[in-house]
Design a protein around this ligand. Structure first.
Ligand code: PMP
Length: 309
């Protein structure tokens, strides 16, 4: 279990862990009326800094989720960024961390309540995940991905995550380390918390954003790095299930999962069953980007400690 942070941020104020409470009658609890983001902060050893990766894009997506959910008030970017700095500093975080930023419908309203709005941030120190180096074995789920006209995956709201939870529970029961969901028309969509890339003949392939995925910021990062820094062609298009089995390599990507190699799908080995060379190149470029080691990509980094010159 992740270590408990001493302080959390609630409505812009630092509170001890035990005091960060939300009432059971809130629409957030009753109906899942809660928009959120998962972000990461990375240590930049050279500058003695912690940088949050692509904060601007995460805040933009959070506002979009709140907009579609018709929240009557949005906390401002300035307020949220300040609260994020406060909570990182209050917990003495000087290394890699995972951040959860949540905005919800508070009060005691019914299903269509749009306010009052509550918001909170947790930042928790996090060690490197061994699955990034070692890879995972995944299944294709028998659960179908939620769809744009029912519970749009393009908005990041907690209620959507029961679809991922059901597929994740099934995969765990069946002994897999991850799971890929298909759309109702049978296209490859995404995992419960990450997007999917395949490698075919040296090129990257990823489901199109109309195939019921969250428009992942890491997916965009991988596409940009592949096309510019790595000179690897990348295509976004609908992908059929059996294209998963035909891939030479595959990986999933997300702020939380980072870049995790997929070694097999439904127990069918991809390539020789080890982490492939294209996946390794993408991983290397990604970790250079998040750690401030890629010239030209520092605009993706927001300093939290204020130590940079
Ligand atoms: N899909 C889903 C369903 C997710 O929850 C996430 C994690 N936020 C992703 C994809 C990856 O998105 P991002 O790269 O923006 O973290």
């Amino acid at each position: 279990m992740a270590a408990r942070p001493e302080f959390l941020s609630l409505n812009g104020r630092l509170v001890p862990f035990a005091d960060a409470r939300v009432h059971m009658l809130t629409p957030a609890f009753k109906y899942g009326a809660c928009a959120f983001e998962g972000l990461r902060g990375y240590r930049d050893a050279q500058r003695a800094e912690v940088h949050v990766f692509r904060l601007r894009e995460h805040l933009e997506r959070l506002h979009f989720s709140m907009h579609v959910m018709r929240f009557e008030h949005h906390p401002s970017d300035a307020e949220m960024t300040q609260a994020l700095r406060d909570v990182i500093r209050a917990n003495d975080i000087v290394g890699d961390c995972h951040i959860r930023l949540m905005v919800w419908v508070d009060g005691e309203g019914e299903q269509t309540a749009t306010g009052p709005i509550g918001w909170g941030i947790a930042a928790i120190a996090r060690d490197p995940d061994p699955r990034v180096a070692n890879g995972i074995h995944v299944a294709v789920s028998s659960w179908t991905r939620i769809s744009d006209n029912a519970m749009p995956p393009r908005i990041k709201v907690t209620a959507n995550y029961n679809n991922g939870r059901l597929s994740g529970l099934q995969a765990k029961t069946d002994g897999y380390g991850g799971v890929i969901l298909l759309t109702s028309s049978g296209h490859v969509s995404e995992t419960p918390g990450a997007c999917v890339f395949l490698v075919k003949d040296g090129r990257l392939l990823t489901p199109s954003h109309t195939d019921d995925i969250l428009e992942s910021i890491t997916r965009d990062t991988v596409l940009q790095l592949a096309r510019r820094e790595l000179g690897i062609e990348a295509e976004e298009r609908p992908i059929a299930r059996t294209e998963l089995y035909a891939a030479q390599e595959a990986f999933l990507c997300g702020s939380g999962n980072e870049i995790q190699p997929i070694l097999s799908v439904d127990r069918l080995k991809l390539g020789d069953g080890s982490v492939g060379p294209v996946t390794r190149r993408v991983q290397a470029a990604y970790f250079d980007a998040v750690r401030g080691a890629l010239p030209g990509r520092q605009v993706w980094l927001t300093p939290m400690l204020g130590n940079a010159a």
